[in-house]
Design a protein around this ligand. Structure first.
Ligand code: HEM
Length: 125
């Protein structure tokens, strides 16, 4: 049986990969980089994709170990985290399409991660 700690490590690895991918992407675009000229396009999009897979894998694994109900009866704080996860998935399209917002993405990404962490640690409802 996979332990709570193992799921937590998977969750955290996903978060670290997500921060790395989105940070690199935002900085490249903020410096005038365009997607088609990027030498690390596949590395970054692959890392972003793996991160988006690992985060809910670890998150729902932890939930199962913590004994939370499955399906639509999920606790409210998990819905908040799912919304943040969707945002951190979608935000990857912004820097190259709207380079004027690349710096804002660079700031917003760790801010959203911080909110997700606070939500997990305080579990408001
Ligand atoms: C698919 C959406 C997500 C689910 C289902 C989920 C679920 C969870 C669960 C169950 C915990 C453990 C809470 C506990 O120990 O009592 C947790 C912790 C945490 N989550 Fe998430 N999460 C999700 C998305 C995210 C995202 C997008 C981030 C940040 C980018 C994030 C950051 C964290 C952090 C920093 C912790 C604290 C880990 C620790 O206790 O050391 N989560 N999450």
């Amino acid at each position: 049986m996979i332990s709570l700690t193992a799921y937590k490590v998977v969750h955290l690895l996903g978060i670290f990969l997500l921060m790395t991918a989105l940070g690199g992407l935002a900085i490249h675009a903020a410096n005038g980089g365009v997607r088609r000229e990027s030498l690390t396009r596949r590395l970054v999009s692959g890392t972003h994709g793996i991160a988006l897979f690992l985060i809910p894998l670890g998150g729902f694994g932890m939930l199962a170990r913590l004994g939370a109900p499955a399906g639509f009866g999920l606790p409210g704080w998990i819905w908040a985290k799912l919304a943040i996860w969707v945002l951190l998935g979608a935000v990857a399209i912004v820097p190259y399409r709207r380079p004027q917002f690349a710096r804002a993405v660079f700031v917003a990404v760790p801010t959203l991660a911080l909110v997700a962490a606070i939500v997990a640690l305080t579990k408001p409802s």
